[in-house]
Design a binder for this molecule. Sequence first.
Ligand SMILES: C[S@@+](CC[C@H](N)C(=O)[O-])C[C@H]1O[C@@H](n2cnc3c(N)ncnc32)[C@H](O)[C@@H]1O
Length: 261
Amino acid sequence: MNKPLAPENHQWVPTEDGSYTLFSEAFQEACHSTTGAKEETQLHYIKGCQIKEKSLKNSELNILEVGFGLGIGLMETLTALNDFSGSWKFVSLEIDEKLLQWFKETHQDHPLLKHLEWNENNDQKILSCSWDKITIDILCGDARKTLPFYIQKNPIHWDAIYQDAFSPKKNPILWTKEWFKLLKNSSKLDVILSTYSASSSIRKSLVEAGWILSKGDKFGPKRTSTRAKLVGESDPDILLQLSRSPVNALTDDNLSELLRK
Ligand SMILES: C[S@@+](CC[C@H](N)C(=O)[O-])C[C@H]1O[C@@H](n2cnc3c(N)ncnc32)[C@H](O)[C@@H]1O
């Protein structure tokens, strides 16, 4: 891989599948598992959200990514949907404006991404491009503010959600019951939410927000991960394990307040 200079306050980290991830100084964490940034993304998000299967059934797809990072989720989605003849929209959420500017500048040779432009609408900064049947909108700012505002202006329902914030310890505000309620309320009934985390606290947040849980694939040193839907029954093993766990769901009074406004 021919790497550009890392963005400000980030360092490149090699991973075992030959791809690179970034370490964030602000969050003191790497964006991906060092077992493989690309493989982890393919497993948890492309396979975990059944992107290919959904593209065979639907003529339109709406995908939400929580945490844009260095854009591996977007790049892998572009590859997975290369033959998709329907229209699709990829919306991603990123608080670090410099990271988005870096992504824009380092993709000037890409046939689609070279069209990325900043748009500013009612105080919301969005890095976006539209080409043929593909629309990409990367919302810049705290996701708890940008997402509700975006949904209000662009009524949209998600087919797939890549829940890829930093870990619940480092980035708790994007793993709360209120956050998962917001995601649920803007999803289609057959949505799949997928995440690398299997922590009891985030699973409790999901259950309390009304999501139905199953175990996802293992990757690297992690024994399992989490998939969530809005229909069916949760895996009884997960419910039993949660009933025995002393940890609480994560909560966010600020988001409840914001959503009431
Ligand atoms: C694990 S990385 C995402 C990796 C990315 N999906 C990829 O494939 O490259 C998490 C990202 O979430 C962003 N983030 C953290 N808190 C946020 C917030 N409150 N709102 C929006 N983005 C946030 C971080 O800046 C970071 O880039």
